[in-house]
Design a protein around this ligand. Structure first.
Ligand code: NDP
Length: 329
């Protein structure tokens, strides 16, 4: 079998030499264990944080050990009656061709007409993140004006569409004109290309002259400053991520206009989606319904082969993906 190890801790943006592809003999199965052949794996921005040696909400990755992350595979050998051969499962032992598991931490993929990999995207953690951030954190209301950064990504593109479905006006920010066109094709009201827009505060003021009620924060830095400058009174900022900061080698200064929180009486709240997982059933029922009614769409960017996983991961920080970034094994 093959697996990808963390060969060194990235300084700044990760590079290919931070990773190594290792061949390994599979151990024979013990009683209670199953062997999973991985079919899909996810690369996610939060993995960058786990490459730093520090305490956080998940432990850091160990050097010269296999990385971890969301994956979907098929059980090809089983010594566990609860998990028969042929079952398709999602689990957290990504970054490897095969995983041996004792049945803990496995979730059977429900029988639906949806593609398997959608359970790593719209029907999985990123979809659940968009839903949680809007409905459980930002208390989204019909008629709100919503600003979403990293708006064509896995989380952002779903957040934009969920807000539209609630009758909101939605403004997205993205890093290319092509991404902007894709979002406009989904009826997103206005899209800013932050790389060419110049002053972001002005660009957002132009796109949302009525002001912003909800900011879905994925990026941080200038995006947060621009949002703070354009928020309406009693606006809500749902802090999902700050990808512009993840590769910083020095602590970054906070937004210069943080005082807007007081003047505008804003609420700003961060969240980690895993804390909300007991609501996954509600999310999946609603999302499944919207998908079957054709009300919501999703994109995927697929890299082929385990060896490409580091490139796919690095690509997240270069805007290489539209929708969910995936590796097909
Ligand atoms: P995406 O699919 O959005 O991929 C990342 C995108 O971020 C890139 O495509 C790129 O798009 C954009 N980006 C990268 N670097 C920068 C930068 N320096 N400035 C502005 N934009 C940048 O990833 P996800 O949807 O998986 O994640 C989105 C955010 O949500 C991340 O911050 C992530 O950490 C967070 N998250 C938080 C969770 C939680 O529980 N709180 C759970 C899941 C995700 P572009 O071309 O537009 O620049």
């Amino acid at each position: 079998s093959q697996e990808i190890h963390l060969a060194s801790r990235p300084q700044g943006t990760p590079t290919a030499d931070n990773f190594s592809l290792i061949e390994r003999e599979l151990a024979p199965l013990q009683d209670g264990q199953v062997l999973i052949q991985n079919l899909w794996m996810s690369v996610d921005p939060y993995m960058r944080g786990r490459m730093i040696d520090r305490a956080s909400y998940v432990p850091p990755f160990q050097l010269n050990h296999v990385l971890e992350g969301g994956a979907i595979g098929e059980i090809i050998e089983s010594r566990n009656d609860q998990w028969p051969v042929g079952t398709k499962v999602s689990h957290m032992q990504g970054w490897r061709s095969h995983a041996i598991c004792d049945g803990q931490g496995l979730t059977a993929i429900p029988a639906t007409s949806l593609p398997l990999q959608s359970f790593l995207g719209i029907m999985g953690m990123p979809g659940m993140t968009a839903w949680t951030g809007l409905f459980r954190i930002a208390e989204l209301k019909p008629g709100d004006t919503v600003f979403v950064s990293a708006a064509s990504g896995a989380v952002g593109s779903i957040a934009c569409q969920l807000a539209k479905l609630q009758g909101c006006t939605v403004i997205g920010s993205v890093g290319s004109d092509e991404k902007a066109e894709s979002l406009k094709a989904l009826d997103i009201d206005a899209v800013i290309n932050y790389k060419t827009a110049g002053d972001l505060t002005q660009a957002l003021a132009q796109a949302a002259p009525q002001g912003v009620d909800v900011y879905f924060e994925n990026v941080g830095g200038e995006h947060l400053e621009a949002a703070l400058n354009n928020m309406n009174e009693f606006g809500r900022i749902t802090v999902c991520g700050m990808i512009s900061q993840y590769n910083a080698t020095e602590p970054q200064p906070g937004p210069s206009n943080i005082g807007m929180l007081i003047v505008k009486k804003l609420k700003m709240q961060g969240f980690i989606v895993f804390d909300h997982w007991q609501h996954y059933g509600d999310f999946a029922a609603q999302m499944g319904q919207w998908i079957s009614e054709g009300k919501i769409k999703w994109d995927e960017t697929i890299y082929e082969g385990l060896a490409q996983a580091p490139e796919a991961f690095i690509g997240l920080f270069e805007g290489k993906n539209k929708g969910k970034m995936l590796v097909k094994l």
